[in-house]
Design a protein around this ligand. Structure first.
Ligand SMILES: [Zn+2]
Length: 420
């Protein structure tokens, strides 16, 4: 008899038969209906109150702003609707911005620098929303506040608990800049300054690796833990570095270091396709039932680095790593922690959307539909409610982005990580 796993529901969906049609039918109309249902739940429950203000894009109201911006850009959205969505985005952003401005420099330093959990992310979304509404003065004001974080982050030792990762550190800031460049069509922050920050990240990784005798040439920590995954870990940092091809072209030595580190990380992929959370798990490790298969920790987040490495180095061995990430996600990705993108089912689903974009294999669209269907199933009602059930990273605002991307899978991308 099979034992009910602790962290995920057993996947009983039949996989896709080679060349055959998907056994799961969800019409585009049905998909839109599912999407509208979730949007309404978020709008009704993610109330613009003090209790939802904190947490930046990750769990705060600003993530609702991102969801509305996302909806305004869905193909086929009429322009009057777009304006309405963008206005709603501003109303989500209002409270977090007021709070940020009132607190000023009394805010914790990581709230001032944070992309996913702080001001940088809030103001990045605000800048794009204002831009789309034609409000250039407000846009420029938002950009100014983002650049204020840069002067902190350029200081090599600005944060002793690990200042390079994606949530509060340099990788997050640079990720925000890349996203802003795409949406605003301007540099926002000069290349020369981005390159200076990237070199600081390289130096920081080299020094820490040396100091801790790490087997990998670049290594980082967050509060003393050498995380490997997308959220606070090495994979998120390396991914952002690989996203600056002009810089790497000027720095062949750095490119070599990055590749060596990526290969070292690839060697840590377990036979089942997952990755350990952190370096300290290599000796001893976690019991299999405690294994994390999440975007934040594990294969569903690692895949973004290896997808980028595949397109950057044009080496199919990295695609093999991605495909293995997809297999473990199919096996163990119906997570019990909710429907969100950080450690929930939509985060697993985005893995299949990425693999579809990488390979064109319809098997991944089938898997993606199965996971969407599961979110609306009776069984899933037994899932645990996350702490912030309507937010962008833990809750349904992120699930909305997943269902929306299923309508246009050739353009699908995990929020802020369109890296192909
Ligand atoms: Zn998570």
């Amino acid at each position: 008899m099979s034992v009910e796993p602790k962290r995920y529901f057993l996947n009983h969906y039949p996989d896709h038969e080679d060349g055959g049609p998907s056994s799961i039918t969800i019409t585009p109309e049905k998909q839109k209906e599912m999407l509208d249902m979730l949007v309404n739940i978020v709008l009704k429950n993610f109330t613009k109150e003090a209790k939802h203000t904190d947490g930046g894009l990750y769990v705060g109201l600003a993530g609702g702003g991102y969801m509305m911006l996302y909806l305004s850009q869905l193909p086929g959205t009429e322009s009057s609707r777009q304006t309405q969505y963008l206005q709603e985005a501003l109303s989500f952003l209002k409270r977090p911005i007021q709070y940020m401005q009132a607190a000023g420099n009394r805010q914790h330093i990581t709230d001032r620098t944070g992309f996913l959990t702080g001001n940088v992310g809030i103001m990045a979304v605000a800048a794009v929303v204002h831009h789309k509404l034609g409000q250039s003065a407000e846009r420029d004001n938002a950009l100014q506040q983002i650049l204020a974080a840069a002067s902190i982050l350029q200081e090599p030792n600005w944060f002793a608990n690990g200042g390079d990762e994606l949530f509060v550190g340099r990788a997050g800031f640079l990720c925000a800049i890349l996203w802003l460049r795409k949406h605003l069509n301007t540099q926002v922050y000069p290349d020369s300054e981005c390159h200076r920050m990237l070199m600081t990240m390289v130096q920081s990784g080299l020094q820490y690796s040396k100091a801790t005798s790490s087997p990998l040439p670049l290594m980082y920590h967050y509060y003393g833990t050498q995380y490997l995954g997308a959220a606070h870990g090495l994979a998120g940092i390396l991914l952002v570095m690989l996203s600056f091809p002009n810089w790497l072209q000027q720095e062949p030595e750095v490119t070599g270091l990055l590749r060596q580190t990526i290969d070292g990380l690839a060697a840590l992929q377990q036979p089942n396709g997952n990755f350990p959370c952190a370096m300290d798990e290599l000796s001893g490790g976690r019991a299999e039932e405690d294994e994390l298969v999440h975007w934040c920790h594990g294969a569903p987040g690692m895949i973004y680095l290896f997808a980028k490495a595949y397109t950057f180095f044009n080496d199919p061995k990295y695609l093999d790593v991605c495909i293995k990430c997809g297999e473990i996600t199919w096996q163990k990705g119906l997570l019990k922690k909710g429907a969100g993108i950080c450690h929930g089912i939509a985060g697993s689903g985005f893995v299949f959307l990425l693999l579809y974009r990488l390979t064109g294999d319809l098997k991944y669209i089938h898997r993606c539909k199965c996971f969407a269907k599961f979110i609306f199933s009776e069984t899933f009602r037994k899932a645990r409610t996350p702490d912030c059930p309507f937010s962008l990273f833990e809750g349904l605002a992120g699930t909305v982005c997943y269902l929306g991307d299923m309508l246009a899978p050739q353009q699908a991308a995990f929020p802020f990580f369109d890296l192909i």
